[in-house]
Design a protein around this ligand. Structure first.
Ligand SMILES: Cc1cc2nc3c(=O)[nH]c(=O)nc-3n(C[C@H](O)[C@H](O)[C@H](O)COP(=O)(O)OP(=O)(O)OC[C@H]3O[C@@H](n4cnc5c(N)ncnc54)[C@H](O)[C@@H]3O)c2cc1C
Length: 233
C-alpha cells in the first residue's frame, strides 16, 4: 500500500491513490485505510480513517465496467486533511479495524440485501422467461438454494449475541449467494427472452464481479476452512 497519512496539526495529511472505490463519485464520506508508518511491520503500520470526500485535494476518474455502467472510480489524494476525530481505532491498528468491517460486508447485512435482489431475479424467471415445465427442475433447484440462504441468515440472526458463532454462521453466505447469482444469470441469459434480454445481459455481466469484491471467494473459503471447520493450515 502506497497511500500515506502523515501527522499534521489536529490531524493527518493524506497523499496517494486508491483504485476500485465503489460509488466514490457520489459519496460524501468514505472509509480510508492508509499507511501511517514506514518502520512498523506489515499489518501494524496501517490506520483506519473516515474521510470527507467533498474537499480540496480529492479528485477521481470513473472506471467503465464490462456492463457499460460506472459504479466505481479511482480516487487521488493530494494533501487531503483528515481530523484526528475521524481516526477509527488506534494508530497502527487499521488492519484489525478493516477486518472487522469486512466481516460485516461479507456477512449478514450483505446477505439479506443480496437475498432480496436474487429473489427479484428469480421472480422474473418464474413469471416469464422460464415459466414453462421445460425449465422447472432448474428453477426449483435455484429456488431451493436461495431459500437455504434465507435459512442460513435466520440461523445467524439467532446467534447474534455470540460474536464467534454469529461469524461462523454468516461466513459462508458470500460464497453461497455469489455463486448462486452467477449460475442464475448464466442460465437466464441463455434463454433469449425477448422481454428481458437487456436485463439478463446486464445482470450476467454485473454478477461476474461478485465472486471477487469484498474479497475473492477463494480467500473466503480459506477463512471457512480455518475458522469454521478448524482445518489444519
Ligand atoms: C465491482 C468491484 C467493486 C469493488 N469495490 C471496492 C471498494 O469499494 N473498496 C475497496 O477497497 N475495494 C473494492 N474492490 C476491490 C476488491 O475488494 C478486490 O478486488 C478483492 O478483494 C480481491 O482482491 P485483489 O483484487 O487484491 O485480488 P487477490 O486477492 O490478490 O486475488 C487475485 C487472484 O488470486 C486468487 N487468490 C488470492 N489469494 C488466494 C489464496 N490464498 N488461495 C487461493 N487463491 C487465492 C484469487 O481468488 C484471485 O483469483 C472492488 C472490486 C470489484 C470487482
Amino acid at each position: 500500500m502506497a497511500t500515506f497519512a502523515r501527522r499534521t496539526e489536529g490531524g493527518w495529511l493524506v497523499n496517494g491513490q486508491k483504485i476500485w472505490t465503489s460509488f466514490a463519485q457520489y459519496s460524501d464520506r468514505a472509509i480510508l485505510l492508509a499507511k501511517t508508518s514506514n518502520e512498523d511491520p506489515r499489518y501494524k503500520n496501517l490506520t483506519f480513517f473516515l474521510l470527507d470526500m467533498k474537499q480540496p485535494g480529492i479528485t477521481f476518474s470513473t472506471i467503465r465496467q464490462i456492463s457499460g455502467a460506472s459504479h466505481f472510480a479511482e480516487v487521488f489524494f493530494d494533501d487531503v486533511f483528515i481530523s484526528d476525530d475521524d481516526r477509527v481505532g488506534e494508530e497502527g491498528q487499521g488492519w484489525k479495524v478493516a477486518m472487522t468491517t469486512l466481516t460485516s460486508e461479507r456477512g449478514g447485512v450483505e446477505g439479506i440485501s443480496r437475498y432480496v435482489e436474487i429473489r427479484g431475479d428469480l421472480d422474473i424467471l418464474t413469471r416469464c422467461c422460464a415459466g414453462g415445465t421445460e425449465h422447472s427442475a432448474t428453477v426449483e433447484s435455484l429456488d431451493t438454494r436461495l431459500e437455504l440462504i434465507r435459512w442460513q441468515i435466520m440461523k445467524a440472526l439467532d446467534r447474534v449475541d455470540d460474536v464467534e458463532r454469529f461469524f461462523q454462521a454468516t461466513c459462508m453466505l458470500k460464497v453461497m449467494w455469489s455463486e448462486l447469482w452467477q449460475e442464475l444469470t448464466s442460465f437466464a441469459v441463455a434463454l433469449d427472452c425477448p422481454d428481458h434480454d437487456e436485463h439478463w445481459r446486464n445482470q450476467y455481466l454485473e454478477t461476474r464481479a461478485c465472486s471477487i469484491y469484498s474479497g475473492a471467494n477463494e480467500i473466503q473459503r480459506n477463512i471457512i476452512g480455518d475458522r469454521v471447520l478448524g482445518l489444519p493450515r
